[in-house]
Design a protein around this ligand. Sequence first.
Ligand SMILES: [Zn+2]
Length: 282
Amino acid sequence: MFLQITNCIVVLLLCFANVYGVDLHDFDRYQNQLTRSQVEQKIKTYLEKDPSVSDYYRITDESLTILDLKQGQVEYVLLFAAAPQPDKPKIKKTLQKARIAIDPGHFGGAFAELEERFIAIPSGNKLLSFNEGTLTYLTALALKELLEKEGAEVFVTRSDIGRGAIKESFFEWLEKQPHLWISGDSLPQLFRKYYNRADLIARADLINAFAPDVTIMIHYNDHPMDEKDTVAQANYNIIFIPGAFSCNELSRPQDRYEFLRLVVTDKLKSHSNFRKRLPISL
Ligand SMILES: [Zn+2]
């Protein structure tokens, strides 16, 4: 009886899959590979940020069913294994011909203080200082080299420390914006409210023109400290877990594809510490 229902579902799926340009049968190799508890644990720990996410799937002892609520139809059925299965050999993918854009956050260099993305710590009679825009740029160059060795074509939105995507430096740009001079805003405010915003748009334009397969944005979250702050209170390394779904975020077929991809692959490590904010250790 169950198998008959499953077969019906598969036929329906074949009809709808290509309409949206996503095909959940990409995950057929994971049939009978994962146990119910493995799937449940992953969804509850990482993927289900909002209770409404559970409207889009059903779990029984036998299977995970993905539902298309808009169409009122079953979209995919993933059958469970009775016991954990040994890992399958990984498919080695190459980065040959992949187009990757890297956006190193902020500006750094001479503009680090104006953009308020720096840390300065008294160390004896010296000041130990570093800033986010310089670190992100140097990281981007190192990453670019690694990716190019793998065959990727890499584009970096910035060409130097202290430079953004806008051709003019902040002060050259400000000279052309006299209406902003009378706003009463301080230089850091002008930088962050206007120049930085215009620069983000310029970065997006450059990235779109490059038409990448993947875009990587690099940030370190260096915030300047007030006297009352400590480093641990004001500055964090934040690890973003990709793929948690919030209210109504499974309403599109491509998002349900992503949901199933994260359920069946090992892209999310089952380590609860990944969810925490980790303070910088100096
Ligand atoms: Zn940042």
